[in-house]
Design a protein around this ligand. Structure first.
Ligand SMILES: NC(=O)c1ccc[n+]([C@@H]2O[C@H](COP(=O)([O-])OP(=O)(O)OC[C@H]3O[C@@H](n4cnc5c(N)ncnc54)[C@H](OP(=O)(O)O)[C@@H]3O)[C@@H](O)[C@H]2O)c1
Length: 321
């Protein structure tokens, strides 16, 4: 059983135009794309964060997502180093993503150096612009991207990408880019599928990475909508297919080649989430159609920092480009 699970995880590839890497690629292969499922770390704090990240790596996770904004890069970096040691793998076997915070847009190089010092790592695999706006809430995404493009040559990051951009802002970047964004990280779950936007990004060869893949499960998201994992559609599909509700919603994104990074400090949650491929294999076209109805009406749970600043974010994200 153990061996079967291991093989299933190692060979899980989402069928799509640009096949995604396995969740746990074979040792020694430095991934050229994100593993299909990884670990988020927003709200993972202190020694819990270190223990959770280390255990996740021991259990087969090969993608860890953090940001200076999460105020945990020291602990997350310690977890990455400890996990690598305990799993008997090397740094190149784990994909680490971090992000340029808004206050550092004038100096992505300096921001990246600070992140590496906090993580205690020589490089990250992916460095994202966390939000399209910089200090003073100005949209400075184009000049910021142009500065980001200098970074892969420094070897401090292997790839660069974007997060929370609107379709128009992605187009602005593509117009001037000499390096295409490798990844776009946005909020995506059955309450907010953003199908056309996802399709446009994937058509451009940009890997789409979902945050909040469990919808409003993170207690930080205040909303009166039914908790996604309690939604009757999700629960009835989960029980019919022998999956858990979390696996159904993660599988739904993975089946459209969207990389998911559920945050989980509880080891039981981590183990449940990494076993999602077995559930994905059981979902039918009819199940996916039922899940699509959940977004009527759609719900977005991330508002900060836009709402607090009366700032227009996410304009046109229900449309493609
Ligand atoms: N680019 C951006 O602007 C942005 C914004 C938000 C998030 N992110 C990234 O995306 C990651 C994921 O998003 P998120 O943390 O907001 O939300 P999420 O991963 O959808 O939800 C996290 C919550 O779900 C719980 N959970 C995990 N697995 C579960 C399971 N199998 N069953 C029930 N509950 C489960 C976790 O509990 P426990 O921790 O207690 O196990 C935690 O409370 C973040 O951690 C961060 O790395 C990026």
């Amino acid at each position: 059983m153990q061996l079967f699970l291991h093989l299933a995880l190692a060979t899980f590839v989402v069928a799509q135009s640009e096949p995604l890497a396995a969740i746990t690629p074979p040792k020694g292969t430095q991934a050229t794309n994100l593993p299909a499922l990884g670990l988020g770390t927003w709200y993972a704090k202190g020694s819990n964060a270190t223990a959770a990240v280390a255990q996740a790596i021991v259990d087969g996770y090969r993608l860890i997502d953090t940001s200076p904004f999460y105020n945990n890069q020291k602990e997350v970096g310690a977890g990455v180093r400890e996990g690598i040691k305990r799993a008997g793998i090397s740094r190149q076997d784990v994909w680490v993503t971090s992000k340029l915070w808004t206050t550092k847009h004038s100096d992505p190089n300096g921001g990246l150096k600070e992140t590496l010092a906090e993580l205690g790592l020589d490089y990250v695999d992916l460095w994202l612009i966390h939000w399209p706006m910089g200090p003073g809430n100005t949209f400075d995404h184009v000049p910021t991207w142009q500065k980001m493009e200098k970074l892969p040559a420094t070897k401090m990051t292997r790839y660069i990408g974007i997060s929370n951009f609107s379709p128009a802002q992605v187009k602005d970047v593509l117009k001037v880019a000499t390096i295409k964004p490798k990844v776009m990280q946005i909020e995506l779950h059955p309450y907010l599928p953003q199908e056309d936007f996802v399709a446009s990004l994937q058509k451009q060869g940009i890997t789409v990475n979902a945050y909040a893949p469990l919808g409003n499960t993170n207690p930080a998201y205040k909303s009166s909508a039914t908790k996604l994992l309690q939604h009757s559609t999700i629960r009835s599909i989960a029980s019919a297919r022998g999956c858990t509700p979390a696996q159904v919603v993660l599988a739904w994104n993975m089946k459209r080649s969207v990389v998911v990074i559920p945050k989980a400090v509880q080891i039981a949650h981590q183990k449940e989430n990494i076993a999602t491929p077995a559930c994905a294999a059981k979902l039918t076209a009819e199940d996916l159609e039922k899940i699509a109805q959940i977004s009527n009406p759609p719900h977005r749970f991330m508002s900060s920092p836009c709402a607090s600043n009366q700032f227009k974010c996410f304009e046109g994200t229900t449309k493609g480009f």
